[in-house]
Design a protein around this ligand. Structure first.
Ligand code: NDP
Length: 293
């Protein structure tokens, strides 16, 4: 094989890229990272990935992995902490480390798939007729709450301050539809109780309050997995996301030969399907870039 590349990350973006580079006969090594398969491995049934019906997140990621391996990609269960080392060993690199949802550390991880979610777009339909809460005050919190109103019987946003961080346009959705979404100000989630989510312990204006709940969604931001790139800060924006768009190469960073795709770049859409699309773009770009050198 003429070229060899490294892909950092084994979520939808990294694996989609690997399927394309593998098929292009580029020697491809995927560094699987701390969470092989990425965020989808934490979900249950997938309903919003086109063409996939009745399968779970882990099953989807397993078949993407097998597909990448079928075309020759090698999977290495290692976490990369030095981009320069990879640059010296490979002809090109695709960054696809993803991001993780910010958590609160109030025991929520015990409730993944049992009433706790960080993706309303993915899971709202499972809450038909239910009583649900959203934590957060940004655009995502309002967007998530809005998505939930289509199914849930009651949606309440828990905001830690007395105002939203969300844009005025987003806030208008709530002001124009006061019967659809309730807001509790100055409220922090302290604890989740039940075998699955049944009860929330809240701190409201400094006073403890218990509420019944069927679901709790977090929308308090994401943390891109770009910590190891601190030495390469010129390719990161102020929130730590990788910046792309270098000359004629939409997915290349400011470092020639280093491309990026998926949630470590995208703080807006954050869907498996969009990450896959970006992974494919990065693969096509890196192939053309290698040929152009
Ligand atoms: P943001 O960082 O904008 O907002 C995070 C929110 O979570 C803030 O209100 C913050 O509170 C709150 N928060 C953070 N930590 C905690 C905590 N420990 N406890 C309670 N609340 C907490 O993230 P988003 O995901 O909402 O948005 C990310 C980006 O994506 C933004 O640029 C946004 O505009 C964009 N976006 C755009 C959309 C659209 O236009 N359709 C839809 C969704 C996102 P505080 O206000 O106190 O800091």
């Amino acid at each position: 094989m003429k070229y060899k590349i490294a892909i950092i990350g084994s979520g939808p973006a990294g694996l989609a890229a690997a399927i394309y580079t593998g098929r292009a006969e580029i020697d491809t090594t995927i560094y699987a990272g701390e969470e092989p398969g990425g965020q989808l491995t934490k979900t249950t049934e997938i309903e919003n990935y086109p063409g996939v019906i009745g399968r779970t997140g882990p099953e989807l990621m397993l078949s993407m992995t097998e597909q990448a391996q079928k075309f020759g990609a090698k999977l290495v269960y290692e976490t990369v902490d030095d981009l320069a080392r990879l640059q010296s060993e490979y002809d090109g690199v695709i960054l696809a480390m993803g991001a993780s949802s910010r958590l609160l550390g109030v025991g929520e991880e015990r409730y993944w798939g049992k009433g706790f979610s960080t993706c309303a777009v993915c899971d709202a339909a499972f809450y038909r007729g239910k009583n649900v809460y959203v934590v957060g005050g940004g655009d995502s919190a309002i967007e998530d709450a809005w998505a939930l109103t289509k199914f849930a019987s009651s949606v309440t946003i828990l905001v830690r301050k007395t105002e939203f961080k969300a844009s005025k346009a987003m806030q208008k959705r709530i002001n124009d539809n006061p019967d659809k979404i309730k807001v509790m100000w100055n409220t922090n989630l302290k604890e989740i109780r039940g075998e699955r989510v049944e009860e929330l312990v809240l701190d409201v204006n400094g006073v403890e309050q218990m509420v019944k709940a069927d679901g709790i969604f977090f929308a308090i931001g994401h943390i891109p997995a770009t910590g190891f790139l601190s030495k390469n800060s010129k390719i990161l924006d102020e929130n730590g996301y990788v910046k792309t768009g270098n000359g004629d190469w939409p997915t290349m960073t400011d470092i020639a030969g280093v491309f990026a795709a998926g949630d470590c770049v995208d703080h807006r859409y954050r869907q498996a399907a969009t990450a896959v699309g970006m992974g494919v773009q990065a693969a096509l770009d890196i192939e053309k870039w290698l040929e152009s050198k």
